[in-house]
Design a protein around this ligand. Structure first.
Ligand code: TTP
Ligand code: MG
Length: 369
C-alpha cells in the first residue's frame, strides 16, 4: 500500500477573490466583503478582505465601521456578500479538486481535503506535482488562486496550508513532521482555542514542541483521557482521521414493526416496499442518487441482523431499490431460523445528481477501456 498523502486545498481570500474575478478593475485596491446587519449604514461585520486590505489590519470578523476607519482615503472597495455567487464558484472549483483525489472531503465553502495516496503512488514529490497541476487548472478555469498543504495526514496538511498564503504550496514529509510542528504555537492545532492556549501557557507550554515534551499522563489528568491523548498525538504529528467522502456520512433509512412475526417473504415485502417508497421520496427531495442498499431485521429474540449490497455506480431508480431489497430479504429469510419482528431499509453512499452523473461517465469510460 502506498504511503498516505493528504492535501488540504484552501482558496485564498475567497469571497473577495470571487469579487475580483467578476470585476478585475478592483484588483489593485483594498477589497472588503461585508455582511451588513441593516441597523445602520455601517453596522455589520467583515466577511473577508483581500491581501491589500489585510496589510492595513482589516480581517474577517471586525466591524465594518472599524474597517472603514483603517482604510480611510485608501480608495477601498466595500461590497455586500453575495453568497449565491460564491457558492457557484465554489461548486465548480470543488469538482475540479474532486477529479484529482482518490478520496475527497469538502469541509467548507472554500476548503477541501484530498487523499491522493494512490494518485501520487505514495511519493511526496509526485503529490507536489499534482498540487501544481491543481493550482494551474483552478487558475485557468476559474481564475482563482489557492494555497495547498501536503502532509501524511489531515492535521499536518491543514497546518501546512496555513503557513504559506496566499498562493502557497507547502510539503511536509512524515520524517519532517515533528520538526515542522515543533516551533509553531500550540494555537495552530485544531482544538486549541483561546482558553486552552491560556491554560497551556500557564503550564509552560507555548509551542507544539513544548507540548510534545510534556508528560502524557499529566496531560490526561488535566484535559481528560480523550483530549489529553489527542493533544499528545497531535503534537508529534499523529492523526489517523480518514478523508471522509460526504456520500458515506449520510444515509436515509426507515424501519417498521410487522403486524405479526413472520418468515414469509411476501409479507415482509409488502412492508418493505412501502418503506422503499418513503426512502425513495426523501432521496428525490434531496436530489440524490445512492450506491449502497441495506436491509435490517430485528428478530423474535430481539437480535439485529443486516445485509447490504453496493452497486458499481450510483442509481436513482426505485425499481433498482425494490429489486435489491427483495433479493437481500429472499436470501436472508431463507438462511434464517428465526422469524422477523421489525424490518428496515437503508440507502447510503449518497451522491448529488451531478456527481453521480460524473461517476457514471467515469464508470462507462473505464468499462470501454
Ligand atoms: P477562510 O478560508 O478562513 O478565509 P479566506 O479564504 O477569506 O482567506 P485565506 O486566504 O486566509 O484563506 O474563509 C473562507 C470564506 O469564509 C471567506 O472568504 C469569507 C468567509 N468567512 C466569513 O464570512 N467570516 C469569517 O469570520 C471567516 C473566517 C470566513
Ligand atoms: Mg480561504
Amino acid at each position: 500500500m502506498p504511503a498516505r498523502i493528504i492535501m488540504l486545498v484552501d482558496l485564498d481570500y475567497f469571497f473577495a477573490q470571487c469579487e475580483e474575478k467578476r470585476n478585475s478593475s478592483i484588483k489593485e485596491k483594498p477589497v472588503v466583503v461585508c455582511v451588513y446587519s441593516g441597523r445602520s449604514e455601517n453596522s455589520g461585520a467583515v466577511s473577508t478582505a483581500n491581501y491589500i486590505a489585510r496589510k492595513f489590519g482589516v480581517k474577517s470578523g471586525i466591524p465594518i465601521s472599524l474597517a472603514k476607519k483603517k482604510l480611510k482615503e485608501k480608495d477601498a472597495v466595500f461590497l455586500p456578500a453575495d453568497r449565491k455567487f460564491y457558492e457557484e464558484v465554489s461548486g465548480k472549483i470543488m469538482s475540479i479538486l474532486r477529479s484529482y483525489a482518490n478520496r475527497f472531503e469538502q469541509v467548507g465553502i472554500d476548503e477541501a481535503y484530498l487523499d491522493v495516496s494512490q494518485k501520487a503512488n505514495g511519493d511526496f514529490e509526485e503529490a507536489g506535482k499534482i498540487a501544481e497541476q491543481i493550482k494551474k487548472e483552478v487558475k485557468a478555469q476559474q481564475g482563482l488562486t489557492c494555497s495547498i498543504g501536503i502532509g501524511p495526514n489531515k492535521l499536518i496538511a491543514k497546518i501546512a496550508a496555513d503557513i504559506r498564503k496566499p498562493n502557497g504550496l507547502s510539503i511536509v514529509k512524515p520524517e519532517q513532521a515533528e520538526n515542522f510542528l515543533g516551533p509553531l504555537p500550540v494555537s495552530s492545532l485544531v482544538g486549541v482555542g483561546r482558553k486552552t492556549e491560556k491554560k497551556m501557557q500557564d503550564m509552560g507550554i507555548e509551542t507544539i514542541g513544548d507540548l510534545a515534551e510534556y508528560d502524557i499522563q499529566k496531560l490526561i489528568e488535566i484535559f481528560g483521557k480523550n483530549l489529553g491523548a489527542y493533544f499528545h498525538n497531535a503534537s508529534i504529528g499523529i492523526d489517523d482521521e480518514p478523508v471522509q467522502e460526504r456520500g458515506e456520512v449520510e444515509s436515509i433509512s426507515r424501519i417498521s414493526t410487522l403486524k405479526e412475526d413472520t418468515q414469509d417473504l411476501k409479507v415482509v415485502l409488502e412492508k418493505t416496499n412501502k418503506l422503499c417508497d418513503e426512502v425513495y421520496a426523501r432521496l428525490l427531495q434531496r436530489g440524490l442518487s445512492f450506491k449502497s442498499v441495506g436491509i435490517v431485521a430485528v428478530m423474535t429474540d430481539m437480535s439485529v441482523r443486516s445485509r447490504s449490497k453496493t452497486f458499481e455506480s450510483p442509481t436513482n431508480e426505485l425499481g433498482a431499490l425494490k429489486k435489491t431489497v427483495k433479493g437481500l430479504f429472499e436470501k436472508f429469510l431463507n438462511e434464517s431460523e428465526l422469524q422477523a419482528r421489525r424490518v428496515g431499509v437503508k440507502i447510503w453512499n449518497l451522491f448529488k445528481e451531478q456527481e453521480s452523473q460524473k461517476q457514471i461517465t467515469n464508470f462507462l469510460q473505464r468499462a470501454e477501456k
